[in-house]
Ligand binder design. Structure first.
Ligand code: NAP
Length: 532
């Protein structure tokens, strides 16, 4: 960290040194702009800096998640596993930051306290919790979608006498769980990665599960030397493939409808995709599992059978079967040896849907029926997604209006990128239903091209018009009609946070349509934006 090289008055401040922030910084500095990052953590990585719990790893293929912008980088970096673990991912992002000399332009340990636009100066002022203040012409929020940890609203959390933390705040120093009585609250994607990693080491593990999920096998493996060369030769094909698919992943839905295929063929098909690694058993299934409830139910039954077959005690198996929501209407966790954990003597599953947690006590977790004495409590309770981190930063636009006030009825944006009343603010945290890096690159390139366009044409201010924002928001919301996501409570819909407006938080038109629209807007002189 070097505050003096970063400077206090710059062209662009980017908030966040994760996948998106680093690439924004790289692009803007390449254009000769004085751009810098302010970052809450002590290192780069974003999601891959904060989520250092055992078992954290990509659940999309490493080579589909990596940056594509530099051939040299693609050549130099070697992935060791098909689904790369957190330590390697953090190392990768450090490698990128070092290779492109980005760290000298990053203020670390600088959590943003407020960001305020001044109309007279046409500049943003960013204040951080470490007491620094900077101003910039443009502000870019590259804060990710899952950055604001959600702690459950149960009383007594601070009274716990043992050790406790959220999965996204897993301590950097090694935590010794050997022989300890450990409780994990939550059964989402983070818990499902964590639990098998700690179950053997702890003395006793209690999992407090509210709603079970459709967890599917990840089927990770090491990348052999021979595979490495073949893989490297295929990178461009991988990127091209990701460009074509709805969500920027390598897999795409099968165009056939479930009931156009005979029962026997369907079962054979389910078995075939089940054996594939990664998200194939979701994004590679028949397309209509995401819209047709009968099609979805049949596949859901197939998955429930798979779960049942792995758990010895039928009563515990029953508790692990998702029945209250449809397959894929919530994010599918990908797992390795997760269900087998419940066959271990030292693991207990507590159903806190029927018997809710009422309190955290100094000695553990209290439900409406029992007390569980614990040495460690791990909160795998998710995030205030997409808008949470933005709200916590106190972003103030024209006339003293905060972003939270402007979005009291759900996010109002144009292209997910700008909000009227907040000039020169680009929201690049990724409100797109998309493989994160694939879309982060598209957005960073669009924003840096846009800033370049403004500079070439002598404009100093860009703001989405009210009309464009309204039309885009209505269009975005209309796309979710009929989607199964909207029929289930989850962080996708904001319903995991009490009081948050229920709203699908992503653009649901697909990555190809999004890219096309952004390109068209730019080609038409940034139609829908007011340039002055
Ligand atoms: P999550 O999916 O939102 O799961 C949170 C869990 O905590 C749920 O089981 C939830 O129960 C439970 N919970 C919340 N409040 C509770 C309370 N008061 N009492 C009892 N249980 C409570 O969060 P996550 O597992 O951190 O995953 C979030 C997202 O991060 C994932 O969907 C995924 O997109 C991403 N992620 C990605 C990776 C990866 O790519 N490798 C890995 C991990 C996470 P209910 O379901 O009943 O609400």
């Amino acid at each position: 960290m070097n505050n003096t090289t970063v400077g206090d008055d710059v062209d662009v401040i980017i908030i966040g040194a994760g996948v998106s922030g680093l690439y924004n910084l790289y692009r803007l500095r390449l254009q000769g702009l004085n751009a810098c990052i302010v970052e809450a953590g002590s290192g780069v990585g974003g999601t891959w800096y904060w989520n250092r719990y055992p078992g954290a790893r990509f659940d999309s293929e490493s080579y589909s998640y990596q940056y594509s912008f530099s051939d040299e980088l693609l050549e130099e970096w070697e992935w060791s596993e098909h689904f790369s673990p957190q330590p390697d991912n953090e190392r990768y992002l450090n490698f990128v930051a070092d290779k492109f000399k980005l760290k000298e332009h990053i203020d670390f340990n600088a959590r943003v306290k407020s960001a305020t636009y001044c109309s007279d100066a046409n500049r943003w002022t960013v204040e951080t919790e470490n007491g620094t203040t900077k101003t910039a012409h443009f502000l870019i929020t590259a804060v990710g979608i899952l950055s604001a940890p959600n702690m459950p609203p149960v009383p007594g959390i601070d009274s716990f006498a043992g050790t406790s933390f959220h999965t996204a705040r897993w301590p950097k120093e090694k935590i010794n769980l050997r022989g300890k009585r450990v409780g994990v609250i939550g059964a989402g994607a983070s818990a499902v990665q964590l639990i098998p990693m700690i179950a053997k080491e702890v003395g006793h593990l209690t999992v407090f599960q509210r709603e079970p999920n459709y967890c599917c096998p990840l089927r990770n493996s090491k990348i052999s030397k021979e595979e490495q060369a073949t893989l490297k030769n295929s990178y461009q094909d991988v990127f091209e493939q990701c460009k074509k698919t709805f969500a920027g992943f390598m897999q795409d839905f099968d165009p056939r409808s479930t009931f156009d295929v005979t029962k026997g063929e369907r079962v054979a098909f389910y078995e075939k995709i089940w054996e594939q690694p990664g998200f194939t058993k979701w994004f590679g299934c028949f397309h209509d599992i995401m819209t047709d409830e009968a099609a979805n139910e049949e596949y859901g039954d197939f998955v429930r059978k798979k779960i049942r077959s792995r758990v010895h005690d039928p009563k515990i198996a029953e508790l692990l079967l998702p029945k209250d929501h449809l397959f894929g209407s919530k994010r599918i966790p990908l797992e390795t040896n997760y269900y087998e954990v419940y066959n271990q003597e030292n693991v207990a599953l507590v159903d806190v849907k029927t018997v809710p947690i009422t309190e955290i006590t100094p000695s553990g977790v209290r439900t409406s029926q029992a007390d569980y004495e614990l040495d460690v409590i791990i909160y795998a309770t998710g995030f205030d997604a997409v808008t949470g981190e933005l709200a916590r930063m106190n972003i103030v636009g024209e006339n003293g209006k905060t972003l939270s006030e402007a979005w009291s009825d759900g996010p109002q944006t144009y292209l997910t990128l700008q909000t009227s009343g907040f000039p020169n603010l680009f929201l690049v945290n990724g409100a797109l239903f998309c493989n994160y890096t694939r879309c982060a690159e598209v957005v960073a390139e669009w924003v840096s091209d846009c800033i370049n366009h403004l500079s070439i044409h002598g404009f100093t201010r860009i703001e989405a018009t009210k009309e464009a924002e309204k039309a885009w928001t209505e269009h975005s919301n209309s796309l979710t009609d009929g989607m199964l996501f909207t029929k289930t409570n989850s962080w996708f819909m904001g319903t995991n946070i009490p009081g948050k407006k229920k709203n699908f938080l992503f653009y649901a038109g697909g990555a190809p349509a999004y890219r096309e629209k952004c390109a068209q807007v730019a080609a038409d002189g940034y139609e829908g934006f007011l340039l002055s």
